[in-house]
Structures are given as structure tokens and as C-alpha cells.
Design a protein around this ligand. Structure first.
Ligand code: UDX
Ligand code: UDX
Length: 435
């Protein structure tokens, strides 16, 4: 089928490439002309494992193309997916400026008699589908026939292609059989369980799912604090809990807490939506509070060991919001760096993919040394902090690196490292919820 994706970022580009991979003919639209030019030149502006080859192969096969023209996009795809940002406002509500603008642009390009399905893939508050429908009705010419559908995405950065090619489920919010049939045809090649529901329920599924995942993370972080106070081991508690199929082990990794372009904004949005609807979601407010406290607790651990941080140099392993991505949006690692700098410390930082984006975020502060590889981070530092769960940090030559440090202090913000062997090597190791 001929499909159009509007918004060619972490979600839109991966989704478009996967649709092309299963045989659809995809046109990706973006209003950032530089980004479109990069993509046309075969350059991928984001890091996502496997994405470069996926895009290249499908462009070469003639199933994937790029444009900055919405008109071209509306003319191309009978089904048009919207995957533009829905950033948080200061009060926690969702900024729907881009969604409304794109809905308006699509409306102005609709041709009378030419049926189109407009699909909202961006994460939006419940009842946004109704607003998109009203907007398209208001700005389209007489005689335009269209349906609006909600089709939330559940991809995780760092494993987005796998999440899309083998989805746990497809969620479709639609009240038109014609639109539903087209959506089923689009997703048929993925052979995944498909849940057809109304638009409001589909929109809520996304916020409710993300909030529950964040709740699991804050739950295990709260349990980690109890483990620390009682000499228990949070890894083993999580294993014992997670063995219960009703609970599941995933998303029970204690650490610095969740960041990224989704959880923080989606939790804020859901809290705001619930307040607006007169059904306050107190539990989620506690989830947020626990998460916000993780960094404070971790910094206190560092202060307990080192007393004064001012004029000390720290090594920081990882700057992206999680492993296997270059995305630094709402990264706790970046916030950790800011807090250490505010204490008057200097930093030697590294990240396998996010160094460039981190430099943009942190700026060119003379107290920050950006290291091309992890080994350089250890040079004459008072302590090394692991802030992002990049698996390769586990396999560093820890024995040799110890002697480069002023003192062999390790603070493991993601409980990623093998603390037993590090202690045997002579490191003073501190994790989260680990004795
Ligand atoms: C975004 C939202 O942040 C997320 O909530 C939603 O679920 C999917 O879309 P992401 O892909 O990570 O996620 O955003 P980003 O990487 O910023 O990409 C958005 C793209 O849309 C950018 O390339 C931007 O140039 C483009 N865009 C933005 C448009 O094409 N038109 C617009 O009006 C606004
Ligand atoms: C999340 C959801 O998982 C995905 O379904 C949705 O579509 C978008 O938001 P993402 O934000 O890309 O995906 O990454 P995820 O793997 O969920 O991690 C989110 C944050 O939680 C990261 O900062 C990660 O470090 C943290 N995390 C994750 C934990 O602290 N503990 C865990 O056990 C898992």
C-alpha cells in the first residue's frame, strides 16, 4: 500500500522504514529541510541500531522516499500517519501545536472525492482525535472524505526496529469500518495481535501503558531504598518478584530512574489529563516524586563518600537517557552532570553515541572534557560514575583502569557492573539497593 509518514524522527523514520521493509511504498515527510536533505543523501540523523541499513535497503528498493512537501505526502498515501512531537508544557499539559498545524496542512491538501485516512501515531491526550477531526473538517474543501484513526506506537529507543517488526500488539482506535480494514491491511504483514477499539480508548492505552511501566520503575526504586536500609539485595528481590508471570522481571531495574522523550512527558500529561477530568491520579504523582528523588539520593551517596565535590574531577560513563541510543532528551545522566558542575566539580565524560548531542546540551564548559573513549574518563579522577546502561561498560579493562584514578571509587547508577569482581579488584563500589 502507499503510505505517508509526517514527522521523520525517532518514531516516524523507524516506522516508515519498517513499513517499507514489509513491502509498503512509503513517503516520509518532514518540515526540516536539512533533515530531508540528509536523508536523501543517505545520512541518518539519529542513532538507532539497524536503522541505517534498513533505510538504505528500502530506499534502494524504491519503497522509501523523503520530501519536505505535505502536499506530496497527502497526494501519495491513502493512509497518512502523523508522528510529530507532542512536547510537555510547563504545567504538564501537552503542546499540540504541531499536531494541529499538521492536521491543518493535511486538510488544505485533501482533494474532494479522494478518500484519506489520517492516523495519529504521536502520543496525545485522550480526545485529541476528536480535535483533529474538527480541524480537518474546518480547513478542508467541500466534499473531502476522510477518517481519523488513533494508532499509538510502543517502540523503545535502542530496540525500536525489533519492537516494530515483532510488536506485542497493534492498537487501532477507529469508528469507521473502511478505515479499520485499511489499517488491518497495513499491519497484516506483521502478524501481530490486533486490538480494535474506539479512538479515546486507543489514546488512553498509550498513556496508561507508559505510566504503568514508569510505575514499575519507581516501585523497584522505592524497594531499593528499603533494601539499602535493610541489607537486602534489590537485584535478587527483583528476580524473585519478576519470576511471577503476573509481575514480570522487565522494568524492575533499580537505578537513577527513568528519563527520555516519553516517560517524563507522558506521566506529566496523564496526571494533567486526570486532573482536568476531575479524577486526580495521585498514584502517578508519587511515581514522579520517587523518580525525581533518585538523583538526589545518588548525589548524597557521592557526597557521603567524598564530602566536598567542589574542585574535584569525576569521570562519567554514559550521557544518553539509556543504552543503545544517542538521544539525550530528559537524560538523567545529563542532569547528573549539571548537578556536579553546579557543585563546582569538573568532569571527564564519554558516551558511545551521544557525545555530540550531549555537547549541545551541556555546552562548551571548560570544566568538561569530552572523551572519545571510556578509558580516558579514568585519568586522575576522584571517582567514576556509571550513568547510562551501555552494556559495553561492563567489559572495560577495569583492573588496568583502577591505577589511573586518584582513588578507586565507583558509583554505579544503573546497577550494571559486577560489584563482586570490582570489589575483588580493590574498587570501592557503590550501587543502588545493592549491599
Ligand atoms: C515524536 C513525539 O515526541 C512522540 O511523543 C510521538 O509519540 C512521536 O513523535 P520523536 O519521533 O522522538 O517522537 O520526535 P522527534 O525525533 O523530535 O521527530 C519529530 C520530527 O517531526 C522532526 O524531524 C521534526 O522536524 C518533524 N516535524 C515537527 C514536522 O515534520 N512537522 C512539524 O510540524 C513538527
Ligand atoms: C518507553 C516505552 O518503553 C515505550 O514502550 C514507549 O513507546 C516509549 O517510551 P523508551 O523511553 O524509549 O520507551 O525507553 P525505555 O526502555 O522504556 O526506558 C525509559 C527509561 O527508563 C530510561 O531512562 C531507562 O534507563 C529507564 N529504565 C528502564 C529504568 O530505569 N529501569 C528499567 O527497568 C527500565
Amino acid at each position: 500500500m502507499k503510505l505517508t509518514l509526517i514527522g521523520t524522527g525517532y518514531v516516524g523514520l523507524v516506522t516508515g522504514a519498517c513499513f517499507a521493509e514489509v513491502g509498503h511504498n512509503v513517503l516520509c515527510v518532514d518540515n526540516n529541510k536539512d533533515k530531508v536533505a540528509q536523508l536523501k543523501a543517505g545520512k541518518i540523523p539519529i542513532f538507532e541500531p539497524g536503522l541505517e541499513d534498513l533505510v538504505k535497503n528500502n530506499v534502494a528498493a524504491g519503497r522509501l522516499a523523503f520530501t519536505d512537501s505535505t502536499a506530496e505526502g497527502v497526494a501519495h498515501g491513502e493512509v497518512i500517519f502523523i508522528a510529530v512531537p507532542t512536547p510537555p508544557q510547563p504545567d504538564g499539559s501537552v503542546d499540540l501545536t504541531y499536531i494541529e498545524a499538521v492536521a491543518r496542512e493535511i486538510a488544505q491538501q485533501l482533494q474532494p472525492g479522494q478518500y484519506r485516512v489520517i492516523v495519529d501515531k504521536s502520543t496525545v491526550p485522550v480526545k485529541t482525535g476528536e480535535k483533529v477531526t474538527e480541524t480537518i473538517n474546518r480547513y478542508s474543501a467541500e466534499g473531502c472524505i476522510f477518517d481519523v484513526v488513533s494508532n499509538p506506537e510502543f517502540l523503545r529507543e535502542g530496540c525500536a526496529i525489533a519492537d516494530l517488526m515483532q510488536p506485542d500488539r497493534i492498537v487501532i482506535g477507529s469508528r469507521s469500518q473502511r478505515a479499520t480494514d485499511l489499517m488491518k491491511a497495513i499491519y497484516e504483514p506483521f502478524h501481530a495481535p490486533t486490538y480494535i477499539t474506539d479512538i479515546n480508548s486507543a489514546e488512553l492505552i498509550k498513556h496508561a501503558a507508559n505510566s504503568f511501566l514508569a510505575l514499575k520503575i519507581s516501585y523497584i526504586n522505592a524497594v531499593a531504598a528499603i533494601c539499602e536500609a535493610s541489607g537486602a539485595n534489590v537485584d535478587e528481590v527483583a528476580d524473585g518478584m519478576g519470576a511471577d508471570k503476573r509481575i514480570g522481571r522487565a522494568f524492575l531495574n533499580a537505578g537513577l530512574g527513568y528519563g527520555g522523550s516519553c516517560f517524563p512527558k507522558d506521566i506529566k500529561a496523564f496526571i494533567h489529563i486526570a486532573d482536568e477530568l476531575g479524577t486526580p491520579f495521585h498514584l502517578l504523582k508519587e511515581v514522579e516524586k520517587i523518580n525525581a528523588g533518585q538523583l538526589d539520593r545518588f548525589l548524597q551517596k557521592i557526597k557521603n563518600k567524598l564530602w566536598v565535590l567542589k574542585n574535584k574531577t569525576f569521570g562519567v560513563l554514559g550521557l544518553a537517557f539509556k543504552g543503545d541510543t544517542d538521544d539525550v532528551r530528559s537524560s538523567v545522566a545529563i542532569e547528573l552532570c549539571r548537578r556536579l558542575l553546579a557543585e563546582g566539580a569538573s568532569l571527564r565524560v564519554t558516551d558511545p553515541q551521544a557525545l555530540e548531542k550531549a555537547q549541545t546540551e551541556l555546552g562548551h564548559d571548560p570544566r568538561i572534557t569530552y572523551c572519545a573513549n571510556p578509558e580516558e574518563v579514568f585519568d586522575r579522577v576522584e571517582a567514576v560514575i556509571l550513568a547510562t546502561e551501555w552494556k559495553q561498560f561492563r567489559n572495560l579493562p577495569w583492573k588496568q583502569l583502577k591505577d589511573k584514578m586518584i582513588a578507586p571509587l565507583i558509583f554505579d547508577g544503573r546497577n550494571l557492573l559486577d560489584h563482586h569482581s570490582l570489589r575483588e579488584m580493590g574498587y570501592d563500589y557503590t550501587g543502588i539497593g545493592r549491599p
